[in-house]
Ligand binder design. Sequence first.
Ligand code: SAM
Ligand code: SF4
Ligand code: SF4
Length: 335
Amino acid sequence: MALTDSLGRPLRDLRISVTDRCNFRCPYCMPKEVFGREWAFLPRREILSFEEITRLSRLFAGHGVSKIRITGGEPLLRRELPRLIAGLVGIEGVRDMTLTTNGSLLGRMATGLRSAGLTRLTVSLDALEDGVFRAMNDVDFPVERVLEGISAAAQAGFSPIKINMVVKRGVNEQALPEMARYCRAGAHVLRCIEYMDVGHSNGWRLTDVVPASEILAILGSKWPLEALTPVYFGEVASRYRYRDGGGEIGIIASVTQPFCRTCTRARLTADGQLYTCLFATRGHDLRALLRGGASDDDIAALLSALWHRRTDRYSERRSAETVGLRKVEMSRVGG
Ligand code: SAM
Ligand code: SF4
Ligand code: SF4
């Protein structure tokens, strides 16, 4: 029987963070003032090996996970990543193998990722104007290199590529039309994400959020849009198609239109902590089990018990009381 949580939600997706490190310092995720020279990243020995990740993934698949997303930090910084992907795609029940990246290293890695069996790819890109992009990654990284990475990925056969754009008030909402134009021209799917209060270090304010309704109005005034019905339970983005046949867009409105009721996602950090919500304040230590000699049956039983009693619905409860919580950082849990 399918495993469901206390709100009847099945376990379908596993998001695996393969590193807590990143070469960008996007202020909405890893602000420099917090993630500076002094920041202690995880030492090598604390990070799960590929064998440990694969073993856990197999146990998750046994409980109904059919989709795996590799993320980070910046996942392409993890050495030999295609080897991990090749192992994961071989797991029985895993039908969809995806990855989210900032695109900075994609130019030289796209072909290897494709050959390893990655089925889909999401690239984060917040603006096309070089100055705005450099300010948003806060390490002066040129937008051209990410655009080259996206072209390399398209050439390697990823199609369509999803382009994640976090929209922040006063920072990049003006870039929405040109981002849409770029995606329409390249047959990519633009996914606009409301700026979220993940972690506790990005200084999130509700006034910095550009609501989905406004994003829709901006894009719809240029290219009329029509809502699409979800194709599966647990679809995160609300999808719309351009009436002129120019493809589709997605909007992830975690703040103004929470979708906890259909949340089927579990998240594994690079050091083997399991989180059942993006906004959780505590995880469950699977690494201790792995390294303490637990059997597959022991671990599978714990996963089942944890999912069974899951009650998470943070976005629906978001309020003045939840603002000060010490939530797990996005760069650790992987988005
Ligand atoms: N480094 C990779 C990247 O940027 O694509 C993968 C990890 S990143 C944490 C995953 C996704 O989370 C990215 O698309 C990023 O833009 C998004 N993200 C990070 N912080 C966010 C925030 N505060 N609100 C909304 N989305 C955020
Ligand atoms: Fe790095 Fe991605 Fe976070 Fe930006 S959003 S700092 S690229 S992990
Ligand atoms: Fe899922 Fe938590 Fe996000 Fe709700 S707030 S959709 S439970 S990750």
